[in-house]
Design a protein around this ligand. Structure first.
Ligand code: SAH
Length: 214
């Protein structure tokens, strides 16, 4: 199977630099994302948005919420832009960056974080790279406006178990959970690219919403 990450998208730099959705200088908006959207609506971010199906569909469905998709790789975000650029969606922005830098970009202004099918980093010595490790949970603390809300979906059981422990050790409480999202009573689920692919293979999709009150 060809991993999208290894696919080289021609002209990816030009696609990124000329996109109306991309914020090229995100650090300049630290603490000021409200002004970029020109409203005080909640801001939800997806870290590792891939080709963007989930964040795009959310933005269309919930115009009174602002959405920001974050993706580390040029080639992948370029594919997302190709899909989105033809549309006009004022409540959607994209950032090409590594989530390690998230505290330089957001400060006390985010209402919810989505983590969908994050890289599992299965080797124990790489555990700190998982987006649900304590390293990242500490960073997320300072991006949230008030209550901290994270929603996670994955088909990777090991990553899911690890994340539940990591969240609860860090003071989050589980507010919703499903061990088989597609066969549970969860309304209005928006599918990601990986979710579509893995559910076609009949993998279970795990879902959890965790909350840490201020
Ligand atoms: N959310 C999408 C893609 C999942 S694959 C879906 O569900 O279909 C995980 C994605 O996270 C990849 O595109 C990868 O490039 C991105 N990613 C991994 N680590 C990241 C990081 N530290 N910062 C930003 N993006 C990251």
């Amino acid at each position: 199977m060809l991993d999208v990450r290894q696919r080289n998208v021609k002209n990816k730099k030009e696609i990124i630099n000329s996109s109306k959705y991309i914020i090229l200088n995100p650090k300049e908006y630290l603490g000021k994302w409200k002004s970029l959207f020109n409203n005080s609506n909640p801001i939800y971010i997806e870290i590792g948005m891939g080709k963007g199906d989930f964040i795009l569909e959310n933005a269309k469905r919930y115009p009174d919420i602002n959405f920001i998709g974050i993706e580390k790789y040029d080639s992948i975000i370029a594919l997302a832009i190709k899909k989105i650029e033809v549309l006009d969606i004022p409540n959607l922005k994209l950032i090409r960056m590594d989530a390690l830098e998230i505290n330089e970009v957001f400060s006390h202004e985010i209402d919810k974080v989505f983590l969908n099918f994050s890289d599992p980093w299965p080797k124990p010595r790489h555990a700190k790279r998982r987006l649900t490790s304590e390293v990242f949970l500490e960073k997320y603390d300072n991006i949230f406006k008030k209550d901290k809300i994270i929603e996670m979906k994955t088909d990777n059981r090991n990553l899911f178990e690890y994340s539940l422990v990591s969240f609860t050790n860090y003071g989050y409480i589980i507010s919703e959970i499903s061990l088989d999202l597609h066969h549970s009573d969860y309304p209005d689920n928006i599918m990601t690219e990986y979710e579509r692919k893995f559910s076609l293979k009949n993998n279970c999709i795990y879902f959890v919403k965790v909350v840490k009150l201020q």
